[in-house]
Design a binder for this molecule. Structure first.
Ligand code: SAM
Length: 271
């Protein structure tokens, strides 16, 4: 075992390859082995799981994932990390590294491919905070046949996403496919460089396929959060709006966050 996550090992690698963590790519590397082991425990992965990791960085989490999963596929945007990842993970036969912006990955196709050999495909990521929502939306709206998503996000974001009273297009997308939990709080002190805020691990378990028409419905409905659902949907359904709302038993003066996921799913039938 290399235990890349040990602070001394991380520092040695960053130093050797003269790497400065990139702010642009949201790089905050985990430097605490115990934390990484606990994160891996929360995922319940095993030899019949293929893990897709977003942003391996220098490979600290990827290494520990590879000891439990059947296969680990890592997507990394920063090509400066090629040499360091070659040194840190090159010898692991069940790790595959692809240098590509995850937001451009055809996830449905990728998951279909790995489902041929693995019972479960799940996502594990210490997410770059600047695109947390974009990445979660990309994963869910892909309609990929995933078992679960385990992601490190800012603590406040984790609290919002798991607050049943808070509704946004992303929380509704999540609710439409499964359930979410906040599994573990993570101190900012286990990262290098340390971010300004603490983090948390969330898990999304997927039970139902995604309805693709939900995306345009949610986008239109939340165009202006403070406006009524009628005003927001007028741009999409034009003169049909009143009738459609009536047929769905939705009061036209409701705000978008007052509607339930079932209301939004009903509305997709009119697109
Ligand atoms: N997994 C490592 C760890 O836990 O120490 C690094 C986590 S760091 C917070 C986020 C990683 O995501 C960085 O390696 C960064 O370069 C990568 N990243 C940022 N944007 C990305 C994108 N659009 N697609 C793939 N990787 C991305």
């Amino acid at each position: 075992m290399k235990d890349i996550a040990k602070k001394s090992h991380t520092m040695y690698l960053l130093d050797k390859y003269q790497l400065q963590a990139s702010k642009k790519f949201g790089q905050n590397f985990l430097i605490d082995l115990n934390t990484i082991k606990k994160i891996v425990e929360t995922t319940h992965i095993n030899q019949s799981t293929c893990v897709i990791e977003i942003g391996p960085g220098i490979g600290a989490l990827s290494e520990q994932l590879s000891y439990h999963a059947g296969h680990v596929v890592c997507y990394e945007i920063d090509t400066r990390l090629k040499d360091v990842l070659n040194e840190s993970l090159g010898e692991f036969e069940n790790i595959e590294i692809i240098f590509q912006d995850f937001l451009t990955v055809d996830l449905k196709k990728v998951v279909e491919k790995y489902k041929q050999d693995y019972q479960d495909v799940c996502i594990v990521a210490n997410l770059p905070y600047y695109i947390t929502s974009d990445i979660l939306e990309h994963i869910i709206s892909s309609g990929a046949q995933l078992t679960s998503i385990h992601a490190m996000v800012q603590k406040e974001v984790a609290q919002k996403l798991t607050d049943t009273n808070y509704k946004s297009p992303l929380t509704l997308m999540i609710e439409s496919v499964g359930d979410i939990s906040l599994d573990m709080l993570v101190s900012k002190n286990v990262f290098s460089p340390a971010p300004r805020v603490d983090s948390a691990i969330i898990s999304i378990r997927i039970h139902k396929p995604y309805e693709p028409l939900l995306t345009p419905i949610l986008k239109a409905s939340f165009t202006q959060k403070r406006k009524t659902i009628y005003n927001n949907l007028k741009g999409l359904f034009n003169e049909q709006t009143k009738n459609i709302l009536e047929e769905c038993h939705i009061l036209e003066n409701k705000r978008p966050e007052e509607l339930a996921i079932e209301d939004y799913l009903n509305l997709t039938k009119y697109l």
